[in-house]
Design a protein around this ligand. Structure first.
Ligand code: AHR
Length: 490
């Protein structure tokens, strides 16, 4: 019998809603044909796809990162503002295409406002300079009577956009990046970029790029940033993509350990560096690109399909493993951005007349909707499995949150067994259940089930209601499922 014990007084920290962030890039059909399709019967007066807006609204993403990704390292923001017919088409060298610039800063901010999401802009620290970066902050947020502020007003936005979150560069450690930087080059550039960006608007939060390559330099990169630019560091950004390259389900389910290793390593690293440098201000972690991505090629050429990855149920389980880990590491992970949001490695796939919600849409929607504001420290034990380099892995992967004002506890459980249901005793320590527990289960016929335009509902969410007596109830988690149990406390 598996056991889950929760003491609502044992807390790991408050949860930043920004762990449910998203990311949109000028790549494939994310923007054009995804978010933005003027002339489509589904578009609103601003050219935004209303069906896409509606699907994204249900994900409750509080923050969206833009415009890249690799794209941003060759992007000039000025090309994407002003009258549409005057915007220059440019080469998008990151993805081997032509960028029309019909969608830019103001269109993106309008899109965010419609979703009630904070815009998070990344400046070009590849082939762009710091003048360009500081000008973008001024164009967006400036209030003095300057040429850039007048320009924004002339473009139809008299009020400042108040963009609070700004990233300096993208994946600067990757050889695939335009203007890749050594640790020293980036720390130096980061200090100068962030300094002037903050002089323009002292209220902005800044994100430094640390690693996506996970090579031998990430400790040094973080160290140089903290040594040289601690006053300007709000977040350290790390990225990763995972996948089932070996078509081995247990090993894929052990992805939880890679996530744990990376988050714990960065937690320790930040702590050590702040201690060493006597940095008093907090430095958080932003996992501002994460997802499953292994089927589609990133190399422009005949095989390139704009990264239109088709997801299955096992991928959805891996999305839930990530969200569980972000909750368990809530004290450090203050932002995470699912990469990306539409068509490109995305939960939503469009065609001109409709869209489909991919399997990964459902856990994200469920967690985002039910997540409380406090992460709880859960005890759980039970059946284990071995996979790849790991043994003793608990079949159930668990996290829990508390919404104190509502007296509501959400328990998140991924059953990583392909075949076995997991009977589990769920016990409360310092509180009692009040009334039935509401459950939501993401599952499908088998681990390879996909939602496609032909069969859009293979994987979805079903609801259950469970009786809970005083301090305990038992629940059987279906094989290959994600379950959210929402309990009201006395
Ligand atoms: O999200 C797709 C790409 O993955 C991004 O452009 C880049 O930052 C990462 O390598």
């Amino acid at each position: 019998m598996n056991q889950i014990k929760i003491d609502p007084d044992r807390r790991l920290g408050d949860i930043s809603r920004h762990i449910f962030g998203g990311f949109a890039e000028h790549l494939g059909r994310c923007i054009y044909g995804g978010i933005y399709e003027p002339g489509s019967p589904l578009a609103d007066e601003q050219g935004l796809r209303t069906d896409v807006l509606e699907a994204l609204r249900r994900l409750h993403m509080p923050i969206i990162r833009y415009p890249g990704g690799n794209f941003v390292s060759g992007y000039c923001w000025r090309d994407g503002v002003g009258p549409l017919d005057e915007r220059p088409p440019r080469s998008n060298l990151a993805w081997g295409s032509v960028e029309s610039n019909q969608f830019g800063t103001n269109e993106f901010i309008t899109f965010c406002r419609k979703l009630n999401a904070e815009p998070y802009l990344v400046v070009n620290c590849g082939d762009g300079d710091l003048r360009e970066a500081r000008d973008w902050v001024e164009y967006c947020n400036g209030t003095w009577d300057t040429a850039l502020v007048r320009l924004r007003r002339q473009h139809g936005f008299p009020e400042p956009h108040r963009v609070k979150f700004w990233g300096v560069g993208n994946e600067v450690d990757g050889p695939w990046q335009i203007g890749m930087k050594t640790p020293e080059e980036y720390a130096r550039a980061y200090l100068e970029f962030s300094k002037v960006m903050r002089w323009v608007d002292p209220s902005i939060k800044l994100v430094a790029s640390v690693t996506s390559a996970w090579d031998g330099t990430f400790v040094e990169r973080a160290q140089l940033l903290v040594e040289q630019a601690a006053d300007y560091l709000d977040y350290l950004s790390i990225h990763w993509y995972v996948g089932n390259q070996q078509n081995d389900f247990p090993t894929y389910m052990a992805t939880s350990e890679i996530i744990e290793d990376r988050l714990s390593a960065f937690e320790g690293l930040i702590r050590a560096l702040r201690f060493q440098q006597r940095v008093k201000r907090p430095i958080a972690l932003a996992v501002d690109e994460w997802n499953v991505w292994y089927r589609t090629t990133p190399i422009p050429g005949p095989q390139f399909n704009g990264l239109e990855e088709i997801y299955n149920l096992e991928d959805a389980l891996v999305i839930a493993l990530h969200l569980n880990a972000f909750i368990r590491h809530a004290a450090t992970v203050r932002m995470a951005n699912l990469a990306q949001i539409v068509n490109v490695i995305a939960p939503v796939l469009t065609r001109p007349d409709s869209l489909v919600r991919q399997t990964i849409y459902y856990p994200f929607e469920l967690y985002s909707r039910t997540c409380g504001s406090i992460a709880l420290d859960v005890f759980w034990q039970g059946e284990t499995f071995s996979a790849g380099d790991y043994s003793g892995l608990r079949v159930l992967d668990v996290a829990a949150t508390l919404d104190e004002p509502r007296k509501s506890l959400s328990l998140y459980v991924v059953n990583r067994s392909e075949t076995e249901a997991m009977e589990t005793a769920i016990t409360l320590d310092t509180a009692r259940f009040s009334g039935p527990v509401q459950g939501f289960v993401v599952n499908g016929p088998d681990i390879k089930a996909e939602n496609t335009f032909d069969r859009p509902h293979q994987v979805g969410v079903s609801s259950v209601s469970v009786n809970a007596e005083r301090r305990e109830f038992s629940y059987t988690f279906e094989p290959h499922s994600i379950t959210v149990l929402v309990c009201t406390l006395d």
